[in-house]
Write a protein that binds this ligand. Structure first.
Ligand SMILES: O=P(O)(O)OC[C@H]1O[C@H](O[C@H]2O[C@H](CO)[C@@H](O)[C@H](O)[C@H]2O)[C@H](O)[C@@H](O)[C@@H]1O
Length: 465
C-alpha cells in the first residue's frame, strides 16, 4: 500500500548547531492519515516542504515508511502556492470575488506546467515503488493529475484518490479554462475510486463529470466522513503541558467583576480565508452591542494560526484578523476585561486547553471540506460545549442536528446564535455536547482509512457505491 500527499507525517528544521529536529506534520490530512503507523507496512510519499526537509533528503535522514520527494523549490512553489492554493483551493471553496477574480494568463500557464511536473514526480515515484497490483491512495487537490498519470504508467495498480476539500459545483468549476478543467477531471477519473468527505461534495464532482467529461466512466465514488480521534484527543488533552496552558489561559480570561467565571467562546483555525474569522469577530462585536449584559462576562478565545504565509492574500487576511481583534479590545475592553484573547502562534497543547475550557465553539466557515475542529471540541470540552456551526461546513451534515446552525455571511444571525449558545442551560448544553461527541467520533481516522482501503480492494468494475 502506498499513500501520496503534499504534506507528510513529519517535517524537519535545521537547528543552530546544524542538527535536524523532526516534528509531526500539520493539518487535517496528516491527522486523518495518522492511522498509518510505521507498522502498517505502507509507504507514504510526500513532498519536502521546508529547507529542513530538503536538508533531510540531502543527508539521507528520514523515517521508515516515508519517502520525501525533493522537487525543485520553484516547481513546488508554482504548484503549491500558484495552482493548488491560489486556484484550485479558491475554486472549490468558491472564494473568488471582485477584485480577486482569477486571471488565467501566461503566468498561470507557466505555473500550471509546474503543477503537471509536480504531479508527474509523484506519479513516477509511486510507479517506481509500487509492487504489482498494490493499492495507492492519493490525497487532495494538490495531486489531481496523479491518478491519470499513474494509470498510464502502471495499469495494474488499484488507485484511490481522496478529496479533503469541498468540490465546486459545475457553474463555478467552469471558471477554469476548459482544457484545464478537462485535465483535472480526467486526472481524477484515472482512479478506480474517488472519496469525498460528504455527499454534497461527491454530488458536485459527479455533476462536473456529467457536464464536462461525459460522466464518471468506470470510476466509483464514495463518501467517508473523517471523524475525530477520541482516544488520542482525550489522552493528549490530559497531559501536563495542556494543564499548564489551561492555567495560563484562565489567567488571560480572568473573572467577572461579580466574581463569577467568565464564559468562553472558542475558535481554533488556520488563518485561512474560507474559515471566515473576520466575520466571526464582527459577530462577536455585534453580540456585545446587541446584548451588553455579556460585557465583562464573556471572552472570545480565538486562535488563528499562520497558514500559507507565502501568499499575500493570506498575510493580508492575518493582518485584518489582528487589526479587528485589537479594535474590539480597545473599543470594548476595560482594565480588567480583554474581550478577545487572540493567539497567532501555532501551539497544539494550547488548542487542546482552549477546547477543554470551551463553553461555546464557533466554527463559521464560508465553505469547508469537513472542519475537524467542530468535531474535536465537543469530544474534549470539560463541561460540554454548544457548537455554533456554519451550514456550509462539511461537518454540518453529521453534526447539524445538535449544533446551532448559522449562515456564515450573516453576522447578525451569528451574533444571535452566540447569544443563544451562551444562554443555554448546563443540562441542555451537556446533553447536546454528548450527542455531538458521539456523531463526531463515528468514523475515527483508522476506520476512515481502512474503510477506503477495503472499498478500493473491492475492484474496479463493481457496482457504484
Ligand atoms: O498543507 P497546508 O497548505 O498547510 O493546509 C493544511 C491542510 O488544509 C486542508 O485541510 C482540509 O482537510 C481536513 C481533513 O480532511 C478538513 O477537516 C478541512 O476542513 C480541510 O480544510 C487541505 O485539504 C489539506 O490538504 C492541507 O494539508
Amino acid at each position: 500500500m502506498l499513500v501520496a500527499s503534499n504534506r507528510g507525517p513529519v517535517s524537519y528544521e535545521v537547528r543552530e548547531d546544524g542538527s535536524l529536529h523532526s516534528k509531526r506534520g500539520g493539518g487535517g490530512v496528516v491527522s486523518g492519515l495518522s492511522a498509518i503507523g510505521p507498522d502498517a507496512g505502507a509507504l507514504w510519499v510526500c513532498s519536502a516542504l521546508s529547507d529542513g526537509d530538503r536538508e533531510a533528503v540531502r543527508r539521507g535522514v528520514g523515517e521508515d515508511g516515508v519517502l520525501m520527494l525533493d522537487i525543485p523549490a520553484g516547481v513546488h512553489a508554482d504548484a503549491y502556492n500558484g495552482i493548488a492554493n491560489s486556484v484550485l483551493w479558491f475554486v472549490h471553496h468558491m472564494l473568488y470575488q471582485t477584485p480577486l477574480e482569477p486571471v488565467f494568463d501566461a503566468e498561470f500557464r507557466r505555473q500550471w506546467a509546474s503543477y503537471e511536473t509536480y504531479n508527474r514526480a509523484f506519479a513516477e515515484a509511486l510507479a517506481g515503488r509500487a509492487a504489482p497490483g498494490a493499492a495507492v491512495l492519493v490525497q487532495d487537490y494538490h495531486l489531481t493529475l496523479v491518478p491519470g498519470m499513474l494509470r498510464e504508467l502502471r495499469p495494474d495498480l488499484r488507485i484511490g484518490h481522496f478529496s479533503h476539500t469541498p468540490w465546486a459545483p459545475p457553474e463555478y468549476f467552469r471558471m477554469l479554462p476548459d482544457d484545464i478543467a478537462g485535465q483535472v477531471l480526467r486526472g481524477m477519473l484515472g482512479a478506480d475510486r474517488l472519496g469525498f468527505l460528504t455527499r454534497r461534495w461527491a454530488d458536485a464532482f459527479e455533476a462536473c463529470c456529467d457536464r464536462f467529461a461525459g460522466g464518471l466512466g468506470d470510476t466509483r465514488v464514495g463518501v467517508h466522513g473523517l471523524g475525530a480521534d477520541a482516544d488520542f484527543l482525550r489522552a493528549r488533552s490530559h497531559q501536563p503541558d495542556v494543564a499548564e496552558r489551561m492555567a495560563a489561559l484562565r489567567d488571560e480570561i480572568g473573572t467577572a467583576a461579580d466574581g463569577s467565571a467568565r464564559r468562553t467562546i472558542v475558535r481554533v483555525d488556520r488563518t485561512e480565508l474560507s474559515k471566515n474569522i473576520v466575520r466571526g469577530l464582527l459577530a462577536y462585536r455585534q453580540l456585545l452591542d446587541d446584548h451588553p449584559e455579556w460585557r465583562d462576562r464573556v471572552v472570545h478565545v480565538a486562535f488563528a494560526y499562520p497558514s500559507r504565509q507565502d501568499l499575500a492574500v493570506y498575510r493580508d487576511y492575518t493582518a485584518e484578523v489582528q487589526r479587528l481583534a485589537e479594535e474590539i479590545n480597545s473599543g470594548y475592553g476595560t482594565p480588567t476585561w480583554t474581550p478577545v484573547v487572540l493567539h497567532v502562534k501555532d501551539d497544539f497543547a494550547r488548542s487542546l486547553a482552549a477546547y477543554r475550557l470551551a463553553d461555546v465553539a464557533l466554527v463559521n466557515p464560508i465553505r469547508d471540506g469537513m472542519n475537524l475542529v467542530a468535531k474535536e471540541v465537543p469530544v474534549v470540552s470539560d463541561e460540554g460545549c454548544v457548537l455554533v456551526l456554519s451550514r456550509e461546513a462539511g461537518a454540518f451534515e453529521e453534526l447539524g442536528e445538535d449544533a446551532l446552525a448559522v449562515n456564515p455571511y450573516d453576522v447578525i444571525g451569528t451574533a444571535q446564535a452566540l447569544h443563544e449558545a451562551l444562554s443555554m442551560g448546563p443540562e441542555d448544553r451537556a446533553e447536546r455536547s454528548k450527542r455531538l461527541a458521539a456523531s463526531a467520533t463515528a468514523l475515527p481516522p483508522t476506520q476512515w482509512f481502512l474503510e477506503q482501503l477495503s472499498a478500493l480492494e473491492e475492484g474496479r468494475a463493481s457496482e457504484p457505491d
